[in-house]
Write a protein that binds this ligand. Structure first.
Ligand code: KIV
Length: 290
């Protein structure tokens, strides 16, 4: 079993240009698979709102839901670096909210770090959480919790001026004390520039290969999430088809009586069937007499 990585390992990997592998997970079995597969980090993303609960966006996700899922993932992947994602309104209102809710992730679900969305505008939140002794992962570019003000789920930083703003956000996140940065849906040339000028590790989801590692949403990677597939996703298998086909085959077997077979049954112990038949016979006779 690989030893659990810590923050200094991720800094070292940036230096030696070893790419970090990072996926979301939301439940115990998927976390077990991720650990077995050798993932470096797991994000318990608020994308669980869409991937697990079927919400239209991440906005309704609550702190309690995040804690429950982080706790399950921690049990499934005890030797993997786990990051809890701070849901909408768990840090937006004040630095105090940010610290108290970040603290809940550590106290109640034993995560290694928390992630929050935003650059310059959340710098004081990042600073407050870091000052409380909690590792922070920043998240800039397309930030789904504020997709309303970004004009929808759109790539960011595609003009020179817009790219300069993304760079400002990256610098603000690092200056505020975050230990890692995630860049989402930004041109690869902009993310590469950010990874080059920041001393903290910079990871991409939909922001190209020239940075310190990659994140994908596990439900996209395994073909489980059906509503839409972003351009940056690579589907590695199609569990939706595998599972649906298995369920269809089960329905056919049950309807035709070919499941369960004898090998799926618990037969009575040696000699008990005859005793049981005699008992039932006696009982039927008694019922008839009374
Ligand atoms: O919630 C999540 O999974 C995320 C990714 C979209 C980066 O924040």
């Amino acid at each position: 079993m690989a030893t659990k990585k810590a923050i200094h390992d991720f800094y070292q990997m940036k230096k030696t240009k070893e790419k970090v592998t990072w996926l979301t997970s939301y439940d115990f079995p998927t976390a077990q698979f991720a650990e077995e597969a050798g993932l470096d980090m797991i994000l318990v993303g608020d994308s669980l709102g869409m991937c697990v609960y079927g919400y239209k966006s991440t906005v309704p996700v609550t702190m309690d839901q995040c804690i429950v899922h982080c706790d399950a993932v921690r049990r499934g992947a005890p030797n993997t670096f786990v990051i809890g994602d701070m849901p909408f309104m768990s840090y937006q209102a004040s630095d105090t909210d940010a610290v108290l809710n970040a603290g809940r992730f550590l106290k109640e679900a034993d995560v290694d770090a928390v992630k929050l969305e935003g650059g310059t505008r959340v710098a004081s939140r990042i600073r407050a959480i870091v000052d409380a002794g909690i590792l922070v992962v920043g998240h800039i570019g397309l930030t789904p919790q504020s997709s309303g003000i970004l004009g929808g789920h759109k790539a960011q930083g595609r003009t020179a001026d817009a790219a300069a703003l993304v760079v400002e956000d990256a610098l603000a996140v690092e200056k505020a004390g975050a230990q890692m940065l995630l860049v989402e849906a930004v041109p690869p040339e902009v993310c590469a520039h950010i990874a080059g000028i920041l001393s903290i590790p910079v990871y991409s989801i939909g922001a190209g290969v020239d940075c310190d590692g990659q994140l994908l949403i596990v439900s996209d990677l395994i073909g489980q999430f059906q509503a839409f597939t972003p351009k940056f996703v690579k589907k590695y298998c199609d569990v939706a088809t595998i599972i649906t086909d298995a369920m269809k085959a089960y329905c056919t077997d049950v309807r035709t009586g070919s499941f369960p077979e004898d090998k799926h049954c618990y037969h009575m112990l040696e000699g008990e069937e005859e005793k049981f038949a005699a008992q039932m016979k006696a009982r039927a006779a008694k019922d008839k007499d009374s």
